[in-house]
Design a protein around this ligand. Structure first.
Ligand SMILES: Cc1cc2nc3c(=O)[nH]c(=O)nc-3n(C[C@H](O)[C@H](O)[C@H](O)COP(=O)(O)O)c2cc1C
Length: 342
């Protein structure tokens, strides 16, 4: 079915289609049996798919990556599409509009997307309000960031504010210091700046009755030495895992003409061109940490084989975004079926 719908969807601008899909997901709530029917069509269940990692029981290891449901508007409906968990955000303390449009582009020849959304979201208070409606049996991660206008010197305040507000409402947290679309955000991956942010979060967590996992989301553009630095902070500060990886600013090896790519402009590239890089990064981190650090593998998972490779490289869980756009609503089901059969 999606094979026929996709060419129609792809006639429209990506952000327009995204909004239309979000509206449809919202409408599902009011259709009798709507969610149940979608769940039946799009979910693959098998006891062998269950994973216990980060102290959380996931019904399956396939999650929806951050950026799709930035405001946690449709977590319950997205879970009906077969995802074992949904990561919402990136969330910032205050609402912000993000970068000027157009800011999201498809590269069908490369099965890829370039985006420079720039943390458009409704702010942490709105996200908390939405998460109060979530089905408590679902696993939800919250990906946190800083407002664009907040200087890096005050970034710890922004991360701490989001973390504290969301703490009762999410099962795990991801510190996003790797988005290429917010000026200088990736500088926060340096040892000193990262430590300052993370210490605020762990100090808050120490005072809470329940210890919730904190993960660090890394850029695929880091050098091995920079990855090592980040892993050292993770180990030293008692973080629980990493998400590898975010989008890349690289543009090499694309089939789309250089003129079209130039015309799209700056932004993070995701999808098939990222498959190898994300896989290598997960393999590297897994080896470095002797397979002991939980890793969420994300980046260029476009086929069931890609998901299997990611798990074999050392990821405990996987996430998809661009693959979901290209393969459609049954993508999580396809991945789960392959994982259960492996
Ligand atoms: C349109 C778009 C928006 C995104 N927004 C976010 C975001 O807000 N926070 C974040 O951590 N990652 C964001 N991402 C990155 C994804 O979560 C994921 O790390 C990346 O796209 C690689 O996975 P993929 O190849 O499966 O898309 C976004 C990706 C896309 C395509």
């Amino acid at each position: 079915m999606y094979r026929f719908l996709r060419p129609v969807f792809f006639l429209f601008h990506p952000e327009f289609i995204h909004q239309a899909i979000m509206l449809m997901l919202g409408a599902l709530r009011f259709v009798p049996w709507g969610r149940r029917v979608v769940r039946k069509c799009c979910t693959y269940r098998a006891p062998s798919l269950g994973v216990s990692v980060l102290g959380i029981d996931f019904p399956n290891p396939v999650g929806l990556a951050a950026g799709f449901d930035k405001n946690a508007q449709h977590v319950n409906e997205l879970a009906c599409l077969g995802f074992g968990y949904v990561e919402v955000g990136s969330v910032t303390p205050l609402a912000q509009g993000g970068n000027p449009k157009p800011r999201c582009f498809r590269l069908p020849k490369d099965r890829a997307i370039i985006n420079r959304m720039g943390f458009n979201n409704k702010g942490v208070a709105a996200v908390v309000k939405n998460l109060r409606r979530r089905n408590p049996t679902l696993v939800v991660g919250a990906n946190i960031g800083k407002n664009t206008l907040t200087p890096n010197s005050h970034a710890p305040d922004d991360y701490a504010a989001c973390f504290a507000a969301l703490y009762p409402h999410a099962d795990y947290f991801v510190v996003n210091v790797s988005c290429p679309n917010v000026t200088c955000l990736r500088d926060l991956q340096s040892r000193e700046q990262l430590t300052a942010i993370v210490r605020r979060l762990t100090a808050f967590r120490a005072g809470q009755p329940q210890r919730k996992p904190i993960l660090l989301k890394l850029s695929p553009d880091l050098t091995p030495a920079q990855i090592d630095d980040a892993l050292e902070v993770v180990a030293r500060e008692g973080l629980d895992g990493v998400v590898a990886a975010n989008t890349t600013t690289r543009r090499d090896g694309l089939q789309t003409s250089p003129a079209s790519v130039d015309h799209m402009g700056a932004g993070g590239l995701s999808g098939a061109p990222l498959t190898q890089r994300a896989l290598e990064m997960v393999r590297y981190i897994s080896r470095k940490t002797q397979g002991k650090l939980p890793i969420i593998g994300v980046g260029g998972i476009m086929t069931p084989q890609d998901a299997l490779s990611m798990l074999r490289a050392g990821a405990s869980l996987v996430q998809v975004y661009t693959g979901f756009i290209y393969q459609g609503p049954k993508f999580a089901k396809q991945l789960c079926r392959a994982i259960a059969a492996s």
